[in-house]
Write a protein that binds this ligand. Structure first.
Ligand SMILES: [Ca+2]
Ligand SMILES: [Ca+2]
Ligand SMILES: [Ca+2]
Ligand SMILES: [Ca+2]
Length: 335
């Protein structure tokens, strides 16, 4: 049994949680896709490593006792996939847990359960009440996220690796009302970031692979027509990360990734209508572990649905499957 120490970023209290990692892996051993299985195990491990968690923690780190160091207590690596020497192949979808942040600022992680849905939630940290936007990032292209970018209400932007204290990578990001890392869009293999400002302009920041990002470049204007923008990996089968965006009429649009820093998305194509029945759309990668990235949708009643990816640009999603019956509206942020 592996003991994972979870530390509260807001105080000196320490939490201990046991996580039977070996048992978890054993439970998943029936899965045929070895690579996906290892990624799944890594995603489950990451849930218990979100821990130290917030920009607030980073800002006040000098004022409080040092939390129990996760690195010393955790015998599994903080980046599970790379520790196994697993590298992503083209078209191989990322596998990550889904995270939910509730109003008090607690974060819960839901790893894929290996049978098409999500596992029970694991408390992964607190103090996230000041976080407005968050998105997972895979720095080493092994198919598992290594941490997250987050924007606070005052516009600070931070990167935090799993189990590590977030550090500041900039300020003034209160101008953005949306932030998504859809995967590697251009440049080096590390995941990149897009953010939309109040005027509707979309910007791209390339990730350096260490949590830091380069100078922003404008993608284009007019993105204020969308009330949801998300993505995590390739939806169209070409190995390049894509995004989807929902407009005010409930139409969902696909923007294929091009791999170009200067023009990272192709002209949009229509996926379908009726998507305004959902109050959240989010992708964290492949949930049913078939190698294709998927889309998660939450309806206004708090139920959760999975749209499994097809790998086809013409019809990127299969009909929905319900993976959560109720209660998901407790989260003000899903990432
Ligand atoms: Ca990784
Ligand atoms: Ca990149
Ligand atoms: Ca693609
Ligand atoms: Ca899938």
């Amino acid at each position: 049994m592996v003991i994972l120490w979870l530390a509260s970023p807001r105080g000196a209290s320490h939490f201990c949680r046991s996580f039977r990692w070996e048992n978890y892996v054993a439970e998943l051993s029936g899965l045929k896709r070895g690579r996906a299985r290892i990624r799944l195990a890594a995603a489950a491990t990451a849930v218990a490593l979100l821990v130290t968690g917030t920009a607030a923690g980073a800002a006040s780190a000098a004022d409080r006792p040092t939390p129990a160091p996760a690195a010393n207590a955790v015998s599994t690596p903080s980046s599970g996939g790379s520790a196994f020497g697993i590298q992503a192949e083209p078209g191989d979808a990322p596998v990550n847990a889904l995270y939910g942040v509730n109003s008090p600022g607690d974060v819960y992680g839901y790893p894929p359960n290996g049978s098409g849905g999500l596992d029970s939630r694991i408390w992964s940290g607190d103090g996230w009440d000041i976080i407005k936007h968050a998105t997972q990032v895979d720095n080493d292209a092994d198919g598992n996220s290594d941490g997250f970018w987050q924007i606070t209400g005052t516009g600070g932007v931070y990167y935090g690796g799993w189990g590590q204290q977030p550090f500041s990578i900039g300020s003034g990001w209160h101008i953005y009302n949306k932030m998504v890392s859809p995967g590697n869009l251009a440049g080096g293999v590390a995941d990149d970031l897009i953010a939309r400002d109040g005027s509707g302009a979309l910007w791209i920041y390339l990730g350096y692979g260490n949590g830091k990002v380069n100078t922003r470049k404008k993608v284009g204007g007019g993105w204020q027509i969308y009330n949801q923008i998300t993505g995590k990996g390739d939806l169209t089968g070409d190995g390049k990360a894509d995004i989807v965006a929902r407009d005010g009429s409930g139409t969902l649009w696909l923007y294929k990734g091009t791999g170009s820093h200067s023009a990272p998305f192709a002209t949009r194509t229509r996926i379908g209508t009726g998507w305004n029945q959902f109050n959240a759309l989010v992708s964290v990668g492949d949930i049913d572990i078939d190698g294709r990235t998927d889309l998660i949708a939450r309806d206004t009643l708090g139920a959760l649905y999975l749209y499994k990816g097809t790998g086809s640009a013409a019809a990127p999603f299969k009909p929905r499957v319900k993976i959560g019956t109720s209660g998901w509206n407790t989260y003000r942020l899903l990432f």
